[in-house]
Design a protein around this ligand. Structure first.
Ligand code: NIG
Ligand code: FE
Length: 407
């Protein structure tokens, strides 16, 4: 058992372990010979030496969206620049156009295909952001689609309102910011659609000053904050996150020393997104050594989105984080379990094999944690348990073709 329990070193490995589940919760974790006899189970499964980890957690995705951006990917391969594409009305704006044209049902259908990839890789909790609607109706529709996915599929979905992703092409900055703070955020809260509020603090998003307003509103309505911080430039995103005691600051490629210190003081989790780093051929590494020295907690996520990170594999993100960011296997494992749970404010509930937590497990056909990071493009998942129930990994989602998926 790689317990990832806090207070244990490394992955908190227990050899010859046993785990008992009662009513969907972990009731015992320890060595098999220490298993109390009262846990003589109704059902006992011998895993024959396989590795068990907490169910994986992807704490940063944009899983719900319309269309795709494969055309822009081709343009980027031919030398076009991500930021320049965005400034010319492509990028996020092009996904906004495609997303506004979708119904809640069609958003659910296209996201379900991507969600299936995560479920098949042992993910039991996933965060989904809005941010491709950028108007009242579509932002709420995206969140409803995300909530709906959580009602249909065996996975916990945490939703984040990212109306402050960028200014929509058809609006003034000030008018749009007003709409966000006065209408979209209050309505999302009223309808219980958002678990957190996010904002993109960068050259193609919003300034730190602009986001102060958005986050003050979030605070007034008692919602926690997350920040897309300092991806393309050091825009003060990490300091902003710290100021609002954000659950997480994400990206952080261009964050300076002051930003890291602020995150450390605030206890905000740094979420690293190796897929976006890879796809944008970023050269500037996030300040990982400073994060370690200052004791900033590090999580890893896919940032699954149609533009900068069309990545539907948490195992690949783990691999990329290890190689590109020189994270250890222990750091990588913690980054997609215990620390990812903390980045979502769900660490009391999931992210480690500890008594009382939800019985979310990934069971792997490997002997040692390193093997989950070592292989590229193989999926050694043996079985997955969500809220104490074994989930069938095949067949429940139709991967059928829809011609309207084309952009
Ligand atoms: O996390 N950084 C901002 N937003 C998303 C991707 C935006 C897009 O290109 O669609 C991200 O990388
Ligand atoms: Fe993102």
């Amino acid at each position: 058992l790689a317990t990832l329990a806090s207070g244990r070193s490394g992955t908190g490995l227990i050899r010859g372990g046993a785990l008992a589940i009662v009513d969907g919760r972990i009731a015992f974790v320890g060595r098999e010979e220490d298993l109390p006899s009262r846990f003589q189970a109704d059902e006992e499964i011998d895993l024959a030496g396989r590795l068990v980890t907490p169910g994986l957690i992807d704490c940063h995705t944009h899983l719900v969206f319309g269309g795709d951006r494969s055309n822009e990917f081709e343009a980027r391969l031919a030398g076009a620049d991500y930021e320049a594409i965005a400034k010319a009305g492509g990028g996020i704006q092009s996904t906004v156009r495609a997303t506004r044209a979708e119904t809640e049902e069609s958003l659910v259908a296209s996201a379900a295909k991507r969600l299936n990839s995560f479920i098949c890789e042992g993910v039991t909790t996933i965060e989904i952001k809005s941010g491709y609607g950028l108007d009242y109706e579509t932002e709420l529709r995206m969140l409803r689609a995300a909530r709906r996915l959580g009602q249909i599929y065996p996975i916990d979905i945490v939703t984040t309102l990212l109306a402050a992703h960028t200014v929509p092409g058809d609006q003034e900055r000030a008018t749009y910011l007003n709409l966000v703070t006065e209408k979209i955020i209050p309505r999302a809260v009223e309808d219980g659609l958002a678990d957190a509020i996010d904002g993109f603090c960068d050259s193609i998003g919003f300034s730190s000053e602009e986001l102060q307003r958005v986050f003050r509103r979030a605070r007034e309505l008692a919602l926690p904050v997350k920040v897309h911080a300092d991806q393309l430039s050091d825009a003060g995103g990490a300091e902003l996150a710290a100021q609002f005691s954000a659950l997480s600051a994400d990206h952080l490629e261009k964050t300076g020393a002051a930003g890291v210190a602020a995150l450390a003081r605030a206890g905000t989790v740094a979420v690293l997104l190796p897929g976006a780093y890879f796809d944008l051929r970023e050269k500037h590494l996030p300040p990982i050594e400073q994060m370690r020295t200052m004791g900033v907690r590090i999580a890893i996520a896919t940032d699954c989105n149609p533009g900068s990170s069309p990545l539907v594999s948490i195992l690949t993100a783990m691999r990329m984080a290890a190689v590109q960011f020189s994270l250890s296997v222990d750091e990588v494992l913690a980054g997609v379990t215990r620390e990812a749970a903390r980045a979502l404010g769900r660490h009391a509930e999931t992210g480690a094999l500890e008594v009382g937590k939800s019985a979310n497990l990934a069971i792997w056909n490997v002997e040692r944690p390193v093997e989950l990071v070592y292989w590229m493009g193989s999926n050694p998942l043996f079985s997955r348990v969500w809220r104490g129930k074994k989930t069938s990994l095949t067949g429940s989602i139709d991967w059928g073709w829809r011609a309207s998926n084309a952009p």
